[in-house]
Write a protein that binds this ligand. Structure first.
Ligand code: FAD
Length: 301
């Protein structure tokens, strides 16, 4: 048992809801993942105490957002899953700034801002998951990335042992990467967005939705693109050119719609998905001399 009854009682007094033996396959878009205890943080003002308690008790943790970019190991997991409570996340607009809790859904944030005539995020409309996950991954699509819109991030920093505010200009955002420490926990963000008429924003959103529907297997279980695009190239195009659409290992399969989307075509395990990733990576390496890097975050035991 990772969380003893004594620690569970302390966590409860800090507003944490503990769920024992949760199958993380129910928390991820791939529907893959073993079982562990889940800690749901309901009170942001106690985050520092919760994190200090986990550190003192030497309880390993991983922070789970919407679970749309993670591949989680099979079986009993050796770490607990932390999660920010998602009900009614805070969102407010002040002039051209939108202040949003990290637990908010990214798509809901885009439409909330649109209703306040704030645009610039249309490209992000179909990126599933939370604002916290989008910050960590510097989520992006159709020419828009979240990073350049960020003016401030409120986060718990394990290194400092407290909640701090970081200026956007002090964070380095690269392709599907941001310079946060692995143990940082994002709590909220302030975005600066250009004013735009609602109708124009909605037209942009529709266009992005159509492009996505035309090219991605949205009705199948995936984590989006499994590999990053190599500099100047396209992972999907290389995989497609090798005739690997529908190639499978166990129940993990390369989508027939988008070759960089690997889908759970039945009861895929993490081992199936890793096997497929290794096999495809090897084929791309020998055909093109290119080493594909994971975009999906892999958490094994
Ligand atoms: C159908 C589909 C389409 C997709 N299309 C795109 C796309 O076009 N562009 C794109 O960029 N991505 C895309 N993705 C991938 C994914 O949606 C994004 O990476 C998303 O931003 C991940 O957010 P999440 O909340 O689900 O994060 P998770 O998958 O839960 O976690 C991802 C990482 O973020 C960290 N994290 C999450 N929340 C926090 C927090 N509050 N504090 C600290 N760390 C945190 C986790 O620890 C983990 O390291 C797609 C995925 C799917 C399934």
């Amino acid at each position: 048992m990772l969380v003893s009854p004594r620690v569970a009682a302390k966590l409860e007094s800090l507003g944490v809801e503990l769920q024992r033996g949760v199958s993380l396959s129910t928390r991820t878009s791939l529907e893959i993942g073993g079982a562990t205890d889940e800690l749901i943080l309901r009170r942001y003002d106690h985050v520092a105490e919760v994190m200090a308690l986990l550190a003192n008790e030497r309880i390993p943790w991983r922070f789970l957002g919407g679970g749309t970019n993670v591949l989680i190991g099979d079986g009993e997991l050796s770490w607990v899953a932390l999660h920010l409570a998602g009900a009614k996340p805070g969102m407010r607009v002040e002039g051209n700034f939108a202040c949003v809790d990290a637990s908010a859904d990214l798509g809901a944030t885009v439409t909330f801002c649109a209703r306040h005539d704030l645009g610039g995020m249309e490209g992000l409309i179909g990126v599933p998951g939370s604002v916290g996950g989008a910050l960590r991954m510097n989520a992006g699509a159709y020419g828009t990335q979240i990073g350049p819109l960020v003016r401030e991030v409120e986060l718990y920093r394990a290194a400092a042992g407290k909640v701090e505010k970081l200026r956007g200009s002090d964070i380095c955002f690269d392709y599907r990467h941001a310079s946060f420490a692995p143990s940082d926990v994002m709590l909220g963000v302030k975005l600066e967005l250009p004013s735009k008429p609602y109708k124009e924003i909605v037209a942009g959103i529709r266009m992005c939705n159509e492009k996505r529907r035309a090219s991605q297997p949205l009705n199948q279980r995936s984590a989006g693109c499994i590999f990053k695009n190599p500099p100047g190239g396209s992972a999907g195009r290389m995989i497609d050119e090798l005739g690997l659409k529908r190639f499978r290992v166990g129940d993990a399969m390369v989508s027939d719609r988008h070759a960089n989307f690997f889908v759970n075509a039945g009861h895929a395990t993490c081992a199936d998905m890793l096997g497929l990733m290794d096999a495809v990576r090897e084929r791309v390496r020998s055909a093109y001399g290119v080493e594909l890097e994971n975009e999906v975050i892999v958490w094994q035991n």
